[in-house]
Structures are given as structure tokens and as C-alpha cells.
Ligand binder design. Structure first.
Ligand SMILES: CC(C)(COP(=O)(O)OP(=O)(O)OC[C@H]1O[C@@H](n2cnc3c(N)ncnc32)[C@H](O)[C@@H]1OP(=O)(O)O)[C@@H](O)C(=O)NCCC(=O)NCCS
Length: 151
């Protein structure tokens, strides 16, 4: 299996919508959907030997108010069950991290049960200011801080 990561195209949105846990993906902006039009990077991981799609992610640029720096929201990361634990999520996340070196990436609505997976993928847990240590509810954020300062 050879993993290739590429940009998502309009021809991918039906497959993306059918390979997710509830998200709808559209080409044009649509209420309640993740759209390619609003994406900063929407990526597909495929097995380039077989030409089979295995997973995808959707990210968007969030404009912050009050002089705070803009950041990137990783809205959905999904790998089809038959291709899990073979490095597909890592390939997608590594590509996003490489494309966004100078901004924070915030993981949206992340699954707390996969806490250790996010750390393995390179995210950092940022606790709430008053968070008790040792708990497992993880109310804080999962982020990839900026690697390079933006100019
Ligand atoms: C979470 C998810 C994206 C991981 O995808 P994946 O392709 O299986 O992940 P990878 O193979 O790249 O694994 C990365 C690391 O996490 C580990 N890992 C992945 N899934 C794991 C699991 N369920 N339990 C424990 N470890 C796991 C891998 O072993 C690997 O560890 P390593 O660095 O020591 O080798 C996938 O399980 C999924 O799509 N889940 C359902 C959707 C979901 O929850 N999305 C997140 C909402 S934003």
C-alpha cells in the first residue's frame, strides 16, 4: 500500500459524505456542511497502487477577532474502517502540518477517547486554565502550535 495525499476535487465530495461520521461535504458553501469552497485545505489520502480513496480531512481558516492571530480549524479527519491503523491519518495530518507551518491548527470537536492518538499524530493538549490535572474529561483544546513565525 502506497499512500498518496492530494487535494480533494468536486468529484470526491460524494465519497467524502459517504465516508464520515455524520458530516456532509459539498462543493459550494452550504449551511451545515463542510464545503470545498470554504476549505483552506481539503485533502484525500489514496492508495496510489490501487487508486482507492482511504481517508480525508477538511480544514478552514478562522478569522480571529480582537487582534488575535487567525488560526486553522481541522474540521474533520476520517479514515475508512478497513484502512485504519496503517498510517493514513498520519499522512493526512503530516501534509496539513507541512502546508500550514505558521498558524495554529485547532482540532474541532475531537473525540476524547482518542486522546492518545491525537498526541501521537503530533497535536498538543492545552488544558483549560482551571482544569484539574489527572482528569479524563479533557475540556481543553487539541492544537498544533505554529512552527514558524509568520512574517
Ligand atoms: C482517528 C482516526 C482518524 C485514526 O486514523 P488511522 O489512519 O487509523 O491513524 P494512523 O494509522 O495514522 O495512526 C496514528 C497513530 O495512532 C495510533 N492509533 C490509531 N488509531 C488508534 C486507536 N483506535 N487506538 C489506539 N491507537 C490508535 C496508531 O497506532 C498510530 O500510532 P504510532 O504513531 O505509534 O504508529 C480513525 O480511527 C477514524 O477515522 N476514526 C473515526 C473518525 C474520527 O473519530 N475522527 C476524528 C474526529 S475529528
Amino acid at each position: 500500500m502506497k499512500i498518496r495525499v492530494r487535494d480533494a476535487h468536486p468529484a470526491d465530495v460524494e465519497w467524502m459524505s459517504n465516508n464520515t461520521e455524520g458530516w456532509t461535504v459539498t462543493v459550494e458553501k452550504q449551511e451545515g456542511a463542510a464545503s470545498l469552497a470554504e476549505a483552506l485545505h481539503a485533502l484525500i489520502a489514496e492508495d496510489s497502487d490501487q487508486g482507492v480513496r482511504m481517508g480525508w480531512l477538511h480544514s478552514s481558516l478562522q478569522r480571529a477577532a480582537g487582534g488575535e492571530p487567525d488560526y486553522v480549524r481541522l474540521y474533520e479527519l476520517h479514515v475508512s474502517p478497513e484502512f485504519r491503523q496503517r498510517g493514513v491519518a498520519r499522512a493526512l495530518v503530516d501534509e496539513l502540518f507541512a502546508r500550514v507551518p505558521d498558524q495554529e491548527i485547532l482540532l474541532s470537536a475531537w473525540d476524547r477517547e482518542l486522546y492518545g492518538v491525537w498526541l501521537k499524530l503530533g497535536f498538543t493538549y492545552v488544558p483549560e486554565p482551571d482544569e484539574m490535572s489527572g482528569g479524563h474529561s479533557y475540556p481543553g483544546d487539541m492544537v498544533r502550535p505554529p512552527v514558524e513565525a509568520s512574517s
